[in-house]
Design a protein around this ligand. Structure first.
Ligand code: MN3
Length: 200
């Protein structure tokens, strides 16, 4: 079974009022994410060791073998989460997650400052993450290119911010800090994050 581009859980103009325009979503989902899926399917077709494997299995298999298979599998995995944890009504932190942020990350203000710093501090392309670590505590982390917390073993993903330029250049030009701040204040689906926390 070939991997498929999942549909967006909202229309391509749904996030325009919250700082992510229709053209960004059309290109990012329809072109960039689709390209990762198409490339990954091409590798699977040619390599019997990848056939019948789940996406998680391929990411883990290739975690210590950087290259095009890992990059495209990782990016497919990352974007599946990315679309789910954006919302036209984002930015509101529900109670249970709030308590955990207060306990583990020193409160909302510090959480946002540290997450923003991870997004800015990732040199070049990559991702910033909020994860629930193996020790049961929330942690902010970042990865380069197509890597992710599944590959690094850093825990379960609660939030994922794509800091590749294709994710913010139309809306924020070169201003990655503003893109990250807007994400935290208006786009991040903290309900998704809390659901992941509850399911852990
Ligand atoms: Mn992307």
């Amino acid at each position: 079974m070939a991997f498929e581009l999942p549909p967006l859980p909202y229309s391509t103009n749904a996030l325009a009022g919250a700082g992510m325009c229709q053209e960004t979503l059309e290109l990012h989902h329809g072109k960039h994410h689709q390209a990762y899926v198409t490339a990954l399917n091409g590798f699977v077709e040619k390599d019997p060791s990848l056939q019948g494997k789940s996406l998680d299995e391929i990411v883990r298999m290739k975690a210590n073998e950087p290259g095009p298979v890992f990059n495209n599998a990782g990016q497919h995995w990352n974007h599946i989460i990315f679309w789910q944890q954006l919302s036209p009504n984002g930015g509101k932190i529900p109670g249970k997650l709030q308590q955990k942020i207060d306990a583990d990350l020193g409160g909302t203000e510090k959480f946002k400052a540290d997450f923003k710093q991870a997004a800015i501090g990732q040199f070049g392309s990559g991702w910033a993450w909020l994860v629930l670590g193996p020790d049961g505590k929330l942690k902010i982390t970042k990865t380069p290119n197509g890597s992710n917390p599944l590959a690094t073993g850093e825990g379960r993903v609660l939030l994922a911010l794509d800091v590749w330029e294709h994710s913010y250049y139309l809306d924020f030009r070169n201003r990655r800090p503003d893109y990250a701040q807007n994400y935290l204040d208006r786009l991040a689906n903290y309900e998704y994050a809390e659901a992941q926390l509850s399911a852990a």
